[in-house]
Design a protein around this ligand. Structure first.
Ligand SMILES: NC(=O)c1ccc[n+]([C@@H]2O[C@H](COP(=O)([O-])OP(=O)(O)OC[C@H]3O[C@@H](n4cnc5c(N)ncnc54)[C@H](O)[C@@H]3O)[C@@H](O)[C@H]2O)c1
Length: 488
């Protein structure tokens, strides 16, 4: 099991700890704050409920979390060391000197710094080439972007290894090759932040109105296309050139106060704090974090369906995990038992007002299990593209127990009939040993050209015959073939 050390376990360090742990790494934490364990525990609770369900495949089993008073112990065996101590240069430099005396020289030291350049962090270090900036975004366990900022002191192999490790954690490393204070994203955010401070100070808008101006409109646009692609679309058929010709001159108008910074007087701080309290003070921070996570998961899963932006990153992470799974029934270890066709965490957007997994998602999960069974007998994307597939003719679901967001569920599938054009499956859904539900499906193989039933390929017939023979000893399941009884 790979080991990561978390140096500084506050808001950001806690998020890193969760990201590593939930992707199967062991995590060793060093933080002098006696509250660090409790704080990381709370971040982890949020992460466990939201991150695993973003994947449509199971993340690796969670790693081990440990806390250490001694820095040497904390970095023992670590291949990745993530520094997330407060944003003070002299403190960070001191931490690197202490770290480099005890850590493996080949380990990657990533800094979460929001503003310092890597060459500033490398100043006076024992091994400058070991330190890179890996700037994350809160919550680190959900948002994929990491600005990987390097200096000429970092060797390409070290940078590539850092990038590969981050990718393996489901993150999106954006290599910022030119050092700049505050990297890319925070430069941008600071410009927006300054403008917002002026709008409040000048009494033009409240904190609430500014947030509405963002989240009701361009904020949603930015999340899926960013700035330039959004403007390209806004330019219509003539595209970016037209957009720039139309709106470029406006940049000369005195719309912005960007270069001036409003003075942070007590009055301005009080004004903003009071407006923010009026806007959101009725929510506890942990509650707001959960709302934020629910929304992020819903939006990111929507992007996943479009295979776009952050959703494309999530799909690639799923594909990497899926590559290690059997591709065909021939590779399934024990075919005599019901076959594992789904293993995943219940996503946050699968739950309802009763606080448990909502009924339509049972159909979703069983449909995913059926798709996986089809894939295992050879009805995969290539086969479907060649003109054959299965259509579902009938489904029957029984709900036997409850399950909740973040719970790890598995579906095991027994083939009751797989012959000619007919495929009859019986799925059992479990959480641990508890049977949660069963789903029975009857499918017909069809010709996608005529949309009429027909026999599948010989290879699919052979795969079904193999499963039928292997599962012949299984008893006919309780509940199969049942229906809702007519009232007496
Ligand atoms: N908060 C954000 O949104 C955000 C986003 C991206 C990056 N960052 C960066 O992440 C870093 C940490 O920020 P944060 O918001 O998590 O701060 P934080 O105050 O929540 O956490 C800092 C933690 O470091 C610990 N610490 C202090 N001295 C230490 C030492 N010598 N060794 C080990 N631990 C020590 C503190 O006890 C605390 O738990 C900063 O560099 C910041 O710029 C913050």
């Amino acid at each position: 099991m790979a080991v990561a050390s978390i140096i500084g376990g506050g808001v950001i360090g806690g998020g890193w700890a969760a990201r590593f742990l939930l992707n199967g790494w062991d995590v060793r934490v060093f933080d002098p704050d006696p509250e660090a364990e409790r704080k990381i525990g709370e971040v982890l609770d949020n992460a466990r409920r939201s991150l695993p369900g973003l994947s449509d495949v199971p993340l690796p089993p969670e790693g081990q979390l440990s806390f250490h008073d001694d820095l040497g112990n904390a970095v023992q065996g670590a291949v990745w060391i993530q520094e997330s101590v407060p944003e003070r240069l002299e403190l960070k430099l001191r931490v690197y000197r202490q770290l480099q005396e005890v850590c493996d020289p080949s380990a990657i030291i990533g800094s979460s710094t929001s503003g310092f350049k890597p060459s500033e962090l490398q100043e006076g270090a024992l091994r400058p080439e070991q330190i890179v900036v890996t700037h994350p975004f809160n919550p680190v366990y959900l948002l994929p972007l990491i600005e990987l900022v390097t200096s000429p002191a970092n060797d390409p192999a070290h940078i590539e290894r850092a990038s590969d490790i981050l990718t393996g954690l489901g993150l999106y490393p954006l290599h910022v090759k030119k050092e700049i204070d505050a990297h890319i994203a925070d430069r941008f955010l600071e410009a927006v932040w300054r403008e917002a401070l002026w709008l409040v100070k000048d009494g033009i808008a409240t904190t609430h109105e500014i947030d509405e101006a963002i989240r009701m409109g361009f904020g949603i646009r930015w999340a899926q296309m960013g700035l330039f692609e959004t403007y390209r679309v806004a330019g219509g058929e003539a595209g970016m050139r037209h957009f720039m010709a139309q709106f470029g001159p406006a940049l000369e108008w005195p719309w912005t106060k960007l270069m001036d910074v409003p003075e942070f007087t007590d009055e301005l701080v009080d004004l903003i704090a009071a407006q923010s309290d009026a806007q959101s003070g009725h929510h506890e921070i942990r509650h707001l974090e959960r709302i934020r996570d629910n929304n992020l998961v819903g939006m990111m899963r929507a992007l996943k369906h479009q295979n776009w932006g952050a959703g494309e990153v999530l799909n690639r992470h799923d594909q990497r995990i899926k590559a290690a799974m059997p591709g065909h029934v021939d590779e399934v270890k024990d075919l005599s038992q019901p076959i594992l066709t789904l293993s995943r965490a219940v996503p946050l957007d699968w739950t309802d007002y009763n606080g448990h997994m909502t009924e339509s998602r049972y159909l979703d999960a069983f449909a995913n299990a059926t798709d996986r069974f089809m894939e295992l007998i050879g009805c995969d994307a290539d086969y479907i593209a060649s003109g054959g597939s299965y259509f579902t003719a009938e489904t029957h679901i029984r709900h036997l127990d409850e399950t909740h967001a973040g719970a790890r569920i598995e579906i095991r599938t027994q083939m009751l009939l797989g012959q000619g054009k007919k495929l009859h499956l019986f799925h059992r859904m479990y959480e641990g040993d508890t049977l949660l539900a069963t789903g029975e499906s009857f499918l017909l193989h069809v010709d996608l050209e005529t949309r009429r039933p027909c026999a599948p390929s010989a290879a699919i017939e052979a795969a079904m015959a193999k499963v039928a023979q292997a599962q012949a000893g299984l008893p006919y399941p309780d509940g199969a073939g049942s229906a809702i009884r007519r009232p007496e």
